[in-house]
Design a protein around this ligand. Structure first.
Ligand code: MSP
Length: 668
């Protein structure tokens, strides 16, 4: 096989059945693939990322019939729903393949003919049990009294018909050898063991034609035998997309795949056996790596329409955006972050809105968002937003950053995003500890601006490095970080490790919160409910969603009595802030915008005191502020808290501590 001049990094997702719209499970495989593709691109590789839709399945045809829509129209609409969803989730695929495309049907027919001509496909007859939902035949030995599918539990149908078989059994020994000789062929290790276990049970020839419906690719030269088995058809999409059959040797600029991603359900039986055996029969190189992730479960159960626990990805992102007041594009990124940070690898994992919100508030608002915000705020307050002369990263931190970047690289390469993100977040922890130890605010008070600049430079370099490390996961957030750092673009993977990349005199943008904090919500009976069910393709109307966390909080706030418990009070975080700057809010007679120092952290709030105080009267004053109030957008300004004042006949009267206290002191 000639070595192609420039092999692209070829990465695939499974192609999705279009009988229902995308949900968080199908989104998982796609988001993992997108993160891998973006990571490889950032490392300078030419990437070819394939996804698409599996449209020839009998179950797709059945659902179209149930809805009374012509099947072709149904699959056209559903393919559109998938493409729209992936675009909205920022999935940057290169090709979206559909198995109803003519070029794909040609490949399926040609492969069928070739394998039949060489004896790897032969005609026989089939008697046995068939699961329409899984599109799979089961040997009688695998079926018990209930005559239900061993995989999905649905009733099986008895079939007795002539059919073609693929000689899978002939490849059993070669497959086993290949898996044993290539420890990275199937990942993670649990899946490799599962696949070997499946093969060791003995591989039987697979029925690769089906009668009963004419939806699909007709068996070539023998239409009486029905259509080609949908899995035999679908797996070949990976080959069609390279231009095999059409582009001569040029398809080798992509083939073989470097990484094929999928869920655990379709690895042993299909991707680790039938698929490589088909390629062996065709004399083609096998994929380098197959990665099978675990499943999302909801309330400890498999998601299903009948249980009503199916989450739609965009609705999950939208509900966070509504509740937190966070821009939708960043809420989408937060959703991608949650998917990858909690990604089920070996075992299945529980998906919950509470888990998502906790990651949002903790990792994104408190850690990443706050690091950027406080660093830029202090740079503006102390240095007018200009990188001071002579600022360099301390050697110890430079080593730590480089070491963490290498660890992230290694983890992403192994498709271990939970580990990669944990390693990236170590950088944030290190900078926060460094700030606490070095206390740049105290250094400033002591007149040591040079050292304070040095310390804050670590935060800037960390933010720049993090923009690159999080880009595969949160592309929009990465871009916003570099915008606030006043850089043109997210640094490439190798450039990100440059530790003194921001020159003296570089002017930074004003900080803008990316992830406003989400308020703790009142427990509500609906808080466990999924936000949406997958929408049918024929309806453009938004599907019903449970009440958003904001409205739940508002409902919960209506109490029967006007008393609260001490625990209620403890939920309020009131701190003493020093007013650093104040200005009237344009086009308002009542509002002032206040810039506060809340102990090394800068906050902006909008206060309704303009009729009682001028900006000059409040600058320098210390005031109590409720800092864990849900941020609100007031006249285009994100207000991150509320000042407390006495109310005297409708007029605000400021409250002050009885002597000056450190900014950020708690109030009890
Ligand atoms: N059409 C076949 C694949 C053919 S590939 C040649 C198929 N489609 S699917 O739509 O049912 O599933 C597609 C992918 O979504 C699979 O990787 C599957 O594992 C994944 N998931 C579906 N539900 C899932 C969860 N609840 N959790 C995680 N992933 C799951 O199979």
């Amino acid at each position: 096989m000639p070595e192609p001049a420039m092999k692209r990094y070829y990465i695939t997702t499974p192609i999705y059945y279009v009988n229902s719209a995308p949900h968080i499970g199908t989104a998982l495989t796609t988001i993992v693939a997108d993160a891998c593709a973006r990571f490889q691109k950032r490392r300078g590789r030419a990437v070819y990322f394939l996804t698409g839709t599996d449209e020839n399945a009998p179950k797709v045809h059945r659902v179209a019939q149930e809805r009374g829509v012509p099947t072709q129209q149904f699959v056209d609409e559903m393919a559109e729903v998938f493409e729209r969803t992936w675009r909205a989730l920022n999935i940057e695929y290169d090709v979206f393949i559909r198995t109803t495309e003519e070029r794909h049907k040609r490949v399926v027919s040609e492969v069928f003919r070739r394998l039949r001509a060489q004896g790897d496909i032969y005609k026989g007859s089939y008697q046995g049990w068939y699961c329409v939902s899984c599109e799979t035949f089961f040997a009688s030995s695998k079926v018990d009294e209930s005559k239900t599918c061993p995989d999905c539990g649905k009733p099986l149908e008895w079939r007795d018909e002539p059919c073609y078989y693929f000689r899978l059994s002939a490849y059993e020994a070669r497959l086993r050898e290949h898996i044993k000789a290539n420890p990275d062929f199937i990942l993670p290790e649990t899946r490799r063991k599962e696949a070997l276990g499946f093969i060791n049970e003995g591989l039987q020839d697979v029925a690769v034609s089906r009668t009963g419906s004419d939806w699909g690719v007709p068996v070539p030269d023998d239409p009486e035998s029905g259509v080609v088995y949908v899995w035999f058809d679908a797996l070949l999409n990976y080959l069609t997309a390279t231009g095999w059959l059409e582009r001569g040797e040029a398809y080798l600029d992509t083939w073989p795949p470097d990484l094929q991603l999928m869920g655990k359900d379709i690895l042993p039986r299909f991707h680790a056996t039938i698929w490589p055996a088909m390629l062996m029969a065709l004399g083609l190189p096998l994929p380098e790596r197959l990665y099978g992730h675990g499943w999302w479960i909801v309330n400890k159960q498999k998601m299903s329409k009948s249980l009503g626990n199916v989450y739609a990805p965009l609705e999950v992102a939208q509900s966070l955006s509504d509740a937190a007041g966070c821009e939708l594009r960043y809420a989408v990124d937060a959703f991608r972050y949650y998917q990858l940070r909690e990604m089920p690898t070996d075992a299945d994992a529980e998906f919950s809105l509470e888990g998502f919100e906790a990651r949002y508030n903790g990792d994104l608002a408190n850690d990443l968002g706050n690091l950027l915000h406080r660093t830029l705020s202090m740079m503006h307050r102390y240095f007018g937003g200009r990188v001071p002369d002579g600022a360099r990263l301390d050697a110890g931190l430079a080593d730590l950053f480089a070491q963490q970047a290498a660890r992230v690289t290694e983890a992403y390469e192994a498709v271990d995003f939970p580990r990669g993100l944990r390693e990236a977040w170590q950088i944030i922890g290190a900078v926060n500890r460094y700030y606490d130890e070095q206390a740049p605010w105290t250094l400033m008070k002591q007149g040591n601006a040079e050292r304070a600049g040095q310390v804050l430079y670590a935060g800037l370099i960390a933010a720049r490095l993090l923009s690159a490390l999080v880009e595969p996961v949160m592309p929009q957030v990465a871009r916003e970080i570099v915008r606030q750092l006043a850089l043109d673009e997210v640094p490439t993977w190798s450039d990100a490790a440059q530790m003194n990349a921001l020159p003296a005199g570089h002017i930074l943008q004003q900080p803008t919160p990316i992830f406003p904090r989400l308020q703790a919500k009142q427990p509500s009976p609906t808080s466990q409910a999924p936000v949406a069910s997958a929408s049918p393709p024929t309806s453009q109307a938004p599907v019903a969603s449970a009440s958003s966390p904001t409205s739940q909080a508002q409902q919960g706030a209506t109490t029967m009595q006007n008393t609260i418990t001490i625990d209620d009070f403890k939920r309020l975080e009131i701190r003493i802030a020093t007013v650093k700057a104040a200005e009237p809010v344009p086009k308002s007679t009542k509002l002032l915008k206040l810039i506060l120092d809340v102990g090394g952290e800068e906050r902006v709030i909008v206060a309704g005191i303009a009729e009682d105080y001028t900006p000059e009267q409040v600058v320098g004053k210390q005031i109590p502020v409720l800092v864990n109030l849900q941020p609100a957008l007031i006249r285009g300004i994100v207000s991150e808290g509320m000042m407390l004042a006495a109310d005297v006949d409708g007029k605000a009267v400021l409250l002050h501590p009885d002597r000056e206290v450190p900014s950020g002191s708690g109030v009890r």
